[in-house]
Design a binder for this molecule. Sequence first.
Ligand SMILES: CC(C)(COP(=O)(O)OP(=O)(O)OC[C@H]1O[C@@H](n2cnc3c(N)ncnc32)[C@H](O)[C@@H]1OP(=O)(O)O)[C@@H](O)C(=O)NCCC(=O)NCCS
Length: 176
Amino acid sequence: MVAYRTATLGDAVSIAGLHVKSWQENYRGAFSDAYLDELALGEREKIWHDRLENPLSRQTVIVAEKGEDLVGFVCAFFDVDDDFGTLLDNLHVLKDVQGMGIGKRLMSLIAKEVQDREPNSGLYLWVLESNEAALRFYDRQGGKRLETVEGNDIGDKPIMKVRYHWSSMEKLIDKK
Ligand SMILES: CC(C)(COP(=O)(O)OP(=O)(O)OC[C@H]1O[C@@H](n2cnc3c(N)ncnc32)[C@H](O)[C@@H]1OP(=O)(O)O)[C@@H](O)C(=O)NCCC(=O)NCCS
């Protein structure tokens, strides 16, 4: 059984580990090998430690656990953009348990929080254009592809990234 809860500072190292493993599996080529294999872990450990030690009031991080193991996480920042609403900043599910509904459930939990805070707010995210499996997943979640732009805000190379947007939380919230 998979359980979902708000992340704490004690999760920072596990989240960073899953984050980098997921990048290594999915972003090889988009980021350099040296970055993925040598630099990313230390950088992500610092970022997750900082995010969870002093959480912003507009930040939420939810983890998925199977037994003792962290198998997924999602992070969002509420009301970042006047036009697009809340930014979903990271969503990663461990490869062994992908396709079991965990990613969808994590998005649903974020959508519920967005709706509870600001019923008319939207949700958006950026995904690498080369990450075809994730594009299909977000299409399946009813996201609208708005634009593709070049960015250099993650990794160590310029990347092409696609903005997805949901104007309403209705489709994302799991009614079960
Ligand atoms: C993308 C990701 C978060 C999806 O999570 P997941 O737990 O594997 O997906 P789910 O099992 O919740 O799938 C939900 C739905 O999307 C569909 N789906 C998931 N991946 C899909 C794919 N690659 N192609 C088509 N449909 C897909 C499922 O079939 C399911 O459909 P349903 O609602 O009809 O049942 C996960 O695969 C992942 O972590 N990938 C690597 C990291 C990554 O790319 N993250 C995104 C960064 S922006």
